[in-house]
Design a protein around this ligand. Structure first.
Ligand code: GLU
Length: 309
């Protein structure tokens, strides 16, 4: 087996040098100023050893990667009843598309497109004050990452709230079908804030450990979800984690993964590693351009694709 340290160092060096870096998301003005020259990677093995490279300790806006954690939290709260409000099929359309919602009576295709994640957030909110729901989400992040220093970037959240017209449209549309139960403003407030959680690659890979090790943090032994639920969340990450680029990600990387428009990707090699990469420049479907290439290199060199080496 190749030496992981050497492979990660090579990948970080290649990504540092590449000039094709994709485009930073600009529709959230606060993200438009992020330096596209950055790249980070962190890989955590079963013993908790971290192999990191590049800007692995620089916090970035995790954006839609947070949807993995809100899905986990909502399933913990209401179990399979969640699937009355959101489906679990790949959408084949853009992350912020409204088209499918009309055909499908306001029920979003899956929890990882924006509409689906807003429906999930609405279930976490469940009549509580937005502040309480956000506190719950943040406490959950602290628990799974073993790190109470993780916070929300209020500037990014405010920037999203000012310009999130599409998300407002999606939420109102779902509300008109009775899919959302709370005031749209409340649900969106929580949604914008959980998308604005800031984490480094190291912290994000730490938070993903329960997905790689059958629902448990292998270091502390703390159980987060059942093995069955971890397996199912991984399945949804594989099929829906990269919007309409999910097929391409499975084809090239071969791991369950979730991307965000901040340029982060959490990828899970079940039983082997929890991996986070970050490169702010995106490809045409809104996934990290160099992040995907870095993961493709890693799984190929290490033989970690779930489909074989
Ligand atoms: N907060 C972003 C939005 O709602 C998340 C999109 C993403 O990361 O893909 O547009």
């Amino acid at each position: 087996m190749p030496d992981l340290n050497a492979v990660v160092a090579e990948i970080a060096e290649e990504m540092r040098q590449r000039t094709d870096r994709g485009e930073v998301a600009t529709y959230i003005p606060e993200l438009a100023g992020v330096d596209a020259g950055q790249f980070g990677i962190a890989v955590i093995d079963a013993d908790g050893a971290v192999t990191a490279g590049g800007d692995a300790d620089v916090p970035f806006s995790i954006q839609s990667v947070s949807k993995v954690f809100t899905l986990t939290l909502a399933l913990g709260k209401i179990g399979d009843r969640l699937w009355r409000h959101v489906g679990r099929e790949p959408s084949g359309s853009a992350f912020n598309s409204i088209v499918q919602l009309e055909y499908e009576q306001g029920i979003p295709r899956n929890p990882f497109i924006n509409a689906g994640a807003i429906a999930v957030t609405d279930q976490i909110l469940a009549g509580h004050e937005p502040r309480e729901a956000l506190g719950e989400i943040l406490r959950f992040m602290h628990f799974i990452a073993d790190d109470p220093s993780i916070t929300i970037d209020e500037k990014v959240a405010a920037s999203e709230r000012r310009t999130g017209f599409r998300n407002v449209a999606l939420a109102n549309y779902m509300k008109s079908f009775g899919v959302l139960q709370n005031p749209v403003d409340y649900t969106l407030g929580v949604y914008f804030h959980h998308c604005s959680i800031a984490m480094s690659c190291r912290q994000l890979a730490m938070a993903g450990r329960f997905l790689a090790w059958r629902g448990k943090n292998p270091t502390t032994g703390h159980s987060v979800v059942s093995p069955e639920r971890a397996r199912r969340i991984n399945a949804i990450m594989l099929t829906c984690g990269h919007y309409d680029g999910s097929g391409e990600f499975a084809y090239r990387v071969g791991l369950p993964g979730k991307s965000g428009v901040g340029g982060g990707i959490l990828a899970i090699a079940p039983g082997i590693a929890s991996i986070a990469v970050w490169a702010p420049g995106l490809d045409s479907v809104g996934n990290s351009h160099l992040g995907r290439i870095a993961l493709e290199r890693l799984t190929k060199r290490m033989g970690w694709s779930i489909f074989g080496d």
